[in-house]
Design a protein around this ligand. Sequence first.
Ligand code: EPZ
Length: 420
Amino acid sequence: MGAFVIQGGKPLNGNVRVSSSKNAILPIISACLLTNEECHLNEIPGLDDVSYMCELVSYLGAKVEVDGKSRKISVKTPELTGNTADYELVSKLRASFLVMGSLLARSGRAKVALPGGCPIGSRPVDLHLKGFEAMGAVIENGHGYIEAVCPSGKLKGANIYLDFPSVGATENLIIAAVLAEGKTVIENAASEPEIVDLASFLTKMGANITGAGTDTIIIEGVERVYGTEHTIMPDRIEAGTLMTAAAVTCGDITLSNVVPEHIKPVTAKLRESGVEIIEYESEIRVRNNKRPVAVDIKTHPFPGFPTDMQAPLSAYLCFAEGASMIVETIFENRFMHVNELKRMGAQIRLDGRTAIIEGIEEMQGAQVRATDLRAGAALIIAGLAAKGTTEVLDIHHIDRGYEFIENKLQRLGADIRRVM
Ligand code: EPZ
């Protein structure tokens, strides 16, 4: 399953270009199923999750052409050849559930394996289903599959209030509403930048969407949508992860292909801990020369502190002066990195969804295991600053969401290598 071997203590210096966003491209690839015309997507990150989503839409009838050199893919679905996303595919990628909205909009029916849980939580999809039902779909849940059918053949616009501003439910329902009859209003919608990027792509396809990026999104259904071209937004979580790596190693790096607005909550926390951060139009410079000061973190939907940055920042705060309180409000089990960090000497106490981190001056390199994507990133961050050698195992989790992370870090001066 591969491992990263890291010699700690090397400050990161130099320039790095952030890849495009995993969490933006996955719903956009699903949305390509809405049209029989060709969609061209640029700046595609080389991630396992992107490959899985391309595999899924191909299975459903899309012709996917990947040009790795120019980092572009084209997706053209002359007709759907299936409307079932089977368990074998969905179990590899939870975000596969995002094809339900496209399949319902394009064909009036969808059968998608229930994604099931993952290390960070049970990951229910009840809010997605409640929205589809409001739009006229009849939902059956059996044998590990969700089957949805529109008796009239077409979804109808509806007023939907999300009990929780779920990112995935918001994305699935926007996609479904694009070709519905009439107007759909989604209230208490998620406002993450990835929602805005999806809406921007759909609008270029000919959809009629207003309010993306706010908690109320209005979609006026249209007869059909068309092929288009789109460049995926930068990955704000990769940006935050690299910023944190620079801070923990007392380095000085400049990140390009960044939207500073997208990562403000992380910038604010790093500044509060003593890091110097300079924001430019599409670049961020991170400079640090001292041990962090402890800060408290509470995760929230955007524009609050992003749950995906909780583990990476927790690793950084293990080195802080003082005690930090971390509260994870989004997922019920997102402290899998804690036990691994404790193997490196971290002083962390868990109480339900709260972690108290007593900072220490030095962590010890150790053999640790990535349990999920962001926990793996946290272990890399800890290893970059720990004394001695850290070996991070099961790095396939990390490859899902960080494109060639070891190459980016090597170019910044880190002593990290991938061993198979
Ligand atoms: C997206 O997951 C991201 N994944 C996650 O990133 C991210 O952590 C999460 O949003 C929150 O920002 C992708 O975009 C592919 P949610 P998603 O629906 O859509 C509950 C990463 O590391 N909920 O906003 O699954 C759910 O249990 C990944 O890149 C329901 O109760 O997140 C959770 O507690 C991890 N019912 C909370 O909402 C539902 O129907 C947030 O889930 C849906 C969600």
